[in-house]
Design a protein around this ligand. Structure first.
Ligand code: DHB
Ligand code: MG
Length: 220
């Protein structure tokens, strides 16, 4: 979407209100140098996460899908110095780059990195008695509904849950899609319709990334 009005306005907004820190720019450089998929959130989305984190006075945040830790940096910067982001990543290679980014940014004390399958790690967090003020789901798409259930289970009334990539360039409109990522987010979106555990909406995202959308929900 790089030359569209949406992209130009996105840059206008980020120039005003969502400027990246040097650590964030460095994290992007390290991602590119290591040939990671460049599917991290945009600065405007990062600032949106920060606003939401402050709205719920977040101290403990859970992230599913660290990648290189770019969104983790945005989240960590919104927390008090004794706050923590627990961030789960399946790929050991990606997690190692994220560890480097957290260290380079000087925020390692605010990060609890968990490496492995979220499906296995989420029950462990529950056993540890963890409760999260905010959850950001940005991992593999097929189990999004199950990840959302875990976010509710690990939350409390008022916990904010955000799930990235639930519109997928509008592909969610195709009821016959055979794309497992599309099917995964369709399953979550439909599940939210009659879900009395949360109050939820989907915000469309247009701008410097592919056209997409985010679930924003609060636990009732
Ligand atoms: C994909 C995943 C993401 O988290 C994202 O922001 C964009 C694309 C993907 O797997 O296709
Ligand atoms: Mg994403």
């Amino acid at each position: 979407m790089n030359d569209t009005i949406f992209s130009k306005v996105d840059n206008y907004i980020s120039g005003l209100l969502a400027q990246e820190t040097p650590a964030m720019k460095h994290a992007e450089e390290l991602m590119e140098a290591n040939h990671l998929p460049l599917i991290h959130i945009s600065p405007v989305q990062g600032k949106t996460l920060q606003v939401l984190a402050k709205m719920c006075n977040a101290r403990n945040v859970l992230e599913l899908g660290t990648l290189a830790g770019y969104s983790t940096l945005w989240l960590a910067d919104a927390l008090p110095d004794d706050g923590k982001v627990t961030t789960i990543e399946y790929s050991e290679d990606y997690a190692a780059i994220a560890t480097q980014n957290f260290s380079d940014a000087g925020i390692s004390h605010k990060i609890d990195q968990r490496i492995g399958s979220a499906t296995e790690i989420l029950p462990v967090l529950k056993e540890e008695g963890k409760v999260y003020d905010m959850v950001f789901i940005d991992a593999d798409k097929p189990p999004y509904k199950e990840y959302f259930d875990w976010a509710v289970a690990l939350g409390r009334p008022g916990t904010i849950i955000v799930a990235d990539n639930v519109i997928r360039n509008g592909a969610v409109l195709d009821a016959n899609s055979t794309d497992e990522k599309v099917q995964g987010v369709q399953r979550l979106n439909a599940y939210l319709q009659d879900n009395e555990q949360v109050t939820a909406i989907i915000l469309q995202n247009v701008g410097v990334k592919e056209y997409d959308g985010m679930v924003v929900a609060v636990v009732n």
